[in-house]
Design a binder for this molecule. Structure first.
Ligand SMILES: *Cc1c(COP(=O)(O)O)cnc(C)c1O
Length: 459
């Protein structure tokens, strides 16, 4: 017999106690939060699956790195450690630290995008697209059609449709396309990976036209694990080697280190082009801080450098994604409609299928996230029409095909028993789904409305 189960490659040194709430308390809390899980107070939450961003557990190594913070204004030792880690694990030449991912997106968008430009990408991400638009660009989705189909079992639903990209280049001309934005994995598609074969094809096509590739590398290590598991020729390669190969096919990356790299705050922009680096180094001083700290404390950069190394470990990734797949399998067994195959950082419940009685204007995913909270104290988030926002030019709502509730799993935080409780709680809501009514929006902020919008139940 051979052993097939995995276990966490760590043991627990410190714990944080959880608080349980009553049904009455939760009903009051969600009402006060305008039925938006982003507006709940975390003290009212039992299991927090709002996001995997900045919520992972740091290792003892990372915490001891925090004590080694060199808080000099300029030239902090920790900056050089981070620079070494970025070169060693990702292979990019030049580093600009930023306080988180969107700051890197802001800087690269301002430098590379001119008004009227087109930025093709494998599905949008909220902050990424907004910075492209604020710089005067227009995002065009060139992801494969399978990404929009929650039931397609395509192993690489993050792939770019080469024909769609070719058509965009033909239609607008290469001069109008400063870069293609390639995300690994694709968050909004449900944490779905892009294959190395596809990335190579994108590289070949864009090189022919002199178009650069900027890599949204927020979850590149998770993407690498999927390549190792699913792509021919990669089974014997390490996650670390695959991460490096992925980055080598791109010209630079924006990183939210709050994801893969398991820090509470931090990110960076990394590029290979000296001219872009020089401009970015200039700009970071205006918006973030000196180029050797970019809005971070020295200790944050140290924890990030250590987290990067930990993130590319095969044992870590086996347990990290193993836990997500475990929850996915449980939900599938309960008959809950989720995006398949299960993605890397969370479970995405198909809210259109879960609540077929609601129209998209009644916010099925927003409704379901609120219901799940009331049922169990579990906090999830909407990834559907609220997150998609409005078209910047026409002011009309986007109607995304995918209307999802995301159960995002922080790294190294919850146990398998927590996953059992989550699966059963979702199953209980699923059981009474026919009685659930929708929501109406009563307050809408101008930008990234999903964070602060407020709702009321439809009578
Ligand atoms: C989180 C995230 C970002 C933005 O990073 P922040 O650190 O939240 O600013 C960009 N792209 C993807 C895919 C992300 O998941």
């Amino acid at each position: 017999m051979e052993r097939s189960s995995w276990a966490e490659p760590f043991k627990i040194k410190m714990v944080e106690l959880l608080k349980m709430t009553t049904l009455a308390e939760r009903k009051k809390a969600i009402k006060e939060a305008g039925y938006n899980t982003f507006l709940l107070k975390s003290k009212d939450v039992y299991i927090d699956l709002l996001t995997d961003s900045g919520t992972s557990a740091m290792s003892d190594q990372q915490w001891s790195g925090m004590m080694m913070g060199d808080e000099s204004y300029a030239g902090s030792e920790n900056y050089y450690h981070l620079e070494d880690a970025v070169k060693k694990y990702y292979g990019y030449k030049y580093l600009i630290p930023t306080h988180q991912g969107r700051a890197a997106e802001h800087i690269i968008s301002k430098i590379m995008i001119k008004p009227g430009d087109i930025i093709p990408g494998n599905m949008y991400f909220t902050t990424t697209r907004l910075h492209q638009e604020l710089a005067g660009g227009t995002f065009i989705d060139v992801i494969v059609d399978e990404a929009h189909d929650p039931e397609s079992m395509h192993p690489f639903k993050g792939n770019i449709d080469i024909q769609k990209l070719t058509d965009v280049i033909k239609k607008y001309g290469a001069k109008k396309i400063p870069y293609v934005c390639v995300a690994s994995t694709v968050n909004m598609a449900g944490g779905q990976p892009i294959s190395m074969e596809n990335l190579k094809a994108v590289r070949a096509l864009t090189l022919k036209h002199g178009i650069k590739i900027i890599h949204d590398m927020t979850r590149v290590a998770e993407n690498a694990w999927f390549i190792q598991q699913r792509e021919k020729g990669y089974a014997k390669k390490s996650v670390a080697a695959i991460v490096k190969e992925t980055c080598s096919l791109t010209d630079g990356g924006t990183m939210s280190a709050k994801k893969d790299a398991m820090v509470n705050i931090g990110g960076f922009l990394a590029v290979n082009d000296w001219d872009i680096f020089e401009e970015a180094r200039n700009m970071v001083v205006v918006y973030e801080g000196l180029h050797t700290y970019g809005g971070l404390a020295g200790r944050d950069m140290e924890a990030m450098a250590i987290g990067i190394a930990e993130s590319v470990s095969d044992a870590h990734m086996n347990a990290r994604i193993g836990q997500v797949l475990y929850l996915g399998d449980k939900l599938i067994d309960f008959g809950v409609p989720i995006v398949q195959p299960t993605g890397g950082h969370g479970i995405f419940i198909d809210a259109k299928k879960f609540l077929p009685q609601l129209t998209q204007d009644q916010f099925p995913a927003q409704t379901l996230a609120a219901e799940l909270y009331v049922e169990s104290g579990i906090r999830s988030m909407e990834r559907g029409i609220v997150s998609a926002g409005r078209n910047a030019k026409t002011g009309k709502n986007y109607y995304p095909k995918l209307e999802l509730v995301r159960l995002t799993i922080p790294r190294r935080v919850y146990t398998q028993a927590h996953m059992d409780v989550v699966a059963e709680s979702v199953a209980v809501v699923h059981h009474r789904r026919a009685k659930i009514k929708g929501l109406k929006m009563v307050y809408e902020p101008k930008y990234l409305r999903f964070f602060q919008a407020m709702f009321e139940p439809i009578k």
